[in-house]
Design a protein around this ligand. Sequence first.
Ligand code: PLP
Ligand code: COI
Length: 342
Amino acid sequence: MPKKAIEWSKIGFGYMPTDYRYTRIWKDGKWGEGSLTDKAEVTISECAGVLQYAQTGFEGLKVYETKNGDIVAFRPDLNAERLQSTCRRLIMPEISTEDFLSALDELVKANLDWVPPFGSGATLYIRPFIYGCGPVIGVAPSPSYEFRMFCTPVGPYFKGGVRPIKIMLSDYDRAAPHGTGNIKAGLNYAMSLYPGEYAHKLGYSENMYLDAATRTYVEETGGANFIFVTKDGKRVVTPKSDSILPSITRRSLMVVAKDYLGLEVEERPVRFDEVSSFAEVGLCGTAAVISPVGLIHTPDGDISVPSGMDEMGPVLTKLRETITGIQMGQIEGPEGWVHKIC
Ligand code: PLP
Ligand code: COI
């Protein structure tokens, strides 16, 4: 089937309803049969658990067309596992990894003409989520749930593609998506909207959050983890913390840095006061891929990252080229990283 008539290289990170989405309902203590639907809207009780008590969690992953025309997803089993941990934390029923992967395959095969072509710079973003759709008025778990998975073609998350961005140190550390407790899941983002909009109004793309208890250590940004490169260009450092999202991209980059690029890797607490000693700063995530940071605004003055505002630094560039090469089938990835859909 021909691809949709979209100017793939011009799209940003937005929502475009595609032809089909996958849906599966849990009620009376069990999951029903999943199926595809062409309806992009959902109808739920006004008293649904998601509306009253925000009982919902989401994932995000990408599907790519490779050079030889295969359609693949990058480590979707890890998204399934993380969604299961979200569900346990929010008392929602879990979807098995096997069911998650077959829903993904079914969804993508039904929307093949929406998969951006190889080399276009765009990808198909997949958004799986589970929410309480049944009525609940006392504070309690919902009696029923919908697992839904839709897809939408996307371009770069930050305007300007992979050009360095400016971020700001936030005062709202307790509003960070994952900084409000040891929650390893995709939730609580509404609390980050206020600081997010504030940063945008001042001209910054993201907030840098510190640990909420002591404001000493670097956590993450509103939508991505941090990676840092030391001045000798030999070491990649990433914050260790129980209150940030365990990024699949970050976990993968640490393997790429060590096994493909021969760099040293360190996952450890990173003090904010050592950030100015790094040569390169990057944001990593499914949406962000690796986005270079050129400047960090703080109340005590701006920190200019040595790699600058003109281009991505050399180590982050190599990391980005290698991970996207694996994702798009140009470089052989470690066993099990690339899930072939068709
Ligand atoms: N941190 C936050 C707050 C995020 O929203 C995301 C994106 O999902 C990440 C980190 C990166 O995680 P991943 O690499 O699994 O997409
Ligand atoms: C992702 O990278 O998939 C995310 O969930 C980030 C989100 C802020 C768009």
